[in-house]
Design a protein around this ligand. Structure first.
Ligand code: COA
Length: 327
């Protein structure tokens, strides 16, 4: 009789892209009342990349996608689905996934954006996993790309020191070898007021600078909920994959704040040597952060085939999401 083999979504390659311009904490000391010491001790951030004038989310996402496709040795025409996690699309529509699709020459395949704030890439990975497992898609490009600094109020020291721009991408393939083992996606819109951008096409814009486009954040409250939520998310994800903490080789967390990352590592009883950290150089790149960290870990040779990776993210909504996978 023979059971039909399970189909897994397997990451066959990764890619990433960063803007050229580096902005250090010392640079920010010149524009707001802050200090390198404050930023480093509270967040772990030393510097961030900022997109050039005219450089868009789509540009960064496209470059990350090309890098992933080249590493995978896959032609864009072989891709049958593109999902982009982003909160900072180039234009209102078409989706930035469609803009990237056209530049890649993958015209015809399904393409759409997911807005789950900083959890966007992990949400996109969860959705792509379902498309592959159902047999609907065979090769999927999943991208996380952001130019979040376009929303930053450079007069507000509470937020402007935290964010950066960047993108990462993975090529997923249907495979009988594992693969993504479990994904957990959650949201609680009741927390909207703690982290949000209050304007938009339908709600309208304001006469404030940048038309009212600005990140509103209650940092201390976000911090507390993030730590608690990620703690339970990690337990849920391990249980969903039937895995123990000790079997996880690498934690690849959302890069918002080193102290939040350390709390999650402690929950997993992992030393920081097994945690991929890029927040010091990239700051919080929202949906870009997890795939950027993953790509860096793969290209530096730290993450190896057959290892178990735990990816997790937390962001505005609130949203939170994870993926446990065998690389
Ligand atoms: N430089 C210097 N001082 C600053 C500052 C800055 N950039 N930003 C805030 N401060 C001041 C505050 O005004 C406050 O001053 P006060 O005590 O006189 O009122 C003081 O520093 C302490 O602020 P507090 O909020 O207690 O600091 P904190 O230890 O909680 O760190 C964050 C602040 C924002 C770094 C931290 O709460 C955080 O990372 N939260 C999560 C944010 C996040 O990750 N958001 C995205 C989620 S995806």
């Amino acid at each position: 009789m023979g059971d039909k083999a399970l189909t897994y979504a397997r990451i066959i390659a990764t890619g990433s892209a960063l803007p050229e311009r580096v902005v250090t904490n010392a640079d920010l000391e010149k524009i707001v009342d802050t200090s390198d010491e404050w930023i480093r001790s509270r967040t772990g951030i030393r510097e961030r990349r900022i997109a050039a004038d005219g450089e868009t989310t789509g540009d960064l996402g496209y470059r990350a996608a090309i890098a992933a496709l080249e590493a995978a040795d896959v032609k864009a025409s072989e891709i049958d689905l593109i999902i982009l996690g982003t909160t900072t699309p180039d234009i209102i529509f078409p989706s930035t996934a469609c803009l990237i699709q056209h530049r890649l020459g993958a015209n015809g395949c399904a393409a759409f954006d997911i807005n789950a704030a900083c959890s966007g890439f992990v949400y996109a990975l969860g959705v792509a996993d379902k498309f592959i497992r159902s047999g609907q898609s065979k090769k999927v490009l999943v991208i996380g790309a952001e130019t979040l600094t376009r929303m930053v109020d450079w007069n507000e020291r509470e937020t402007c020191v935290l964010f950066g721009d960047g993108a990462g991408a993975v090529v997923l393939e249907a495979s009988e070898e594992p693969g993504i083992l479990a994904t957990c996606l959650h949201a609680d819109g009741g927390f909207k007021e703690l982290l949000y951008n209050p304007v938009g096409v339908s709600a309208g814009f304001t006469d404030e600078p940048n038309h009212g486009v600005r990140i509103h954040m209650s940092g201390r409250e976000v911090f507390k909920v993030a730590v608690k939520t990620l703690d339970s998310l990690v337990g849920e994800t391990l249980a969903a994959a039937g895995m123990e903490e000790s079997e996880v080789d690498w934690l690849i967390p959302h890069q918002a704040n080193l102290r939040i990352i350390e709390a999650t590592a402690k929950r997993l009883k992992m030393s920081m040597e097994r945690v991929i950290v890029t927040v010091d150089r990239h700051a919080n790149t929202s949906s870009g952060s997890v795939p950027l960290a993953l790509d860096e870990a793969v290209r530096s040779g730290r993450v190896k085939r057959g290892q178990n990776l735990l990816l997790e993210a937390f962001g505005g909504g609130f949203t939170w999401a994870s993926a446990l996978l065998k690389y």
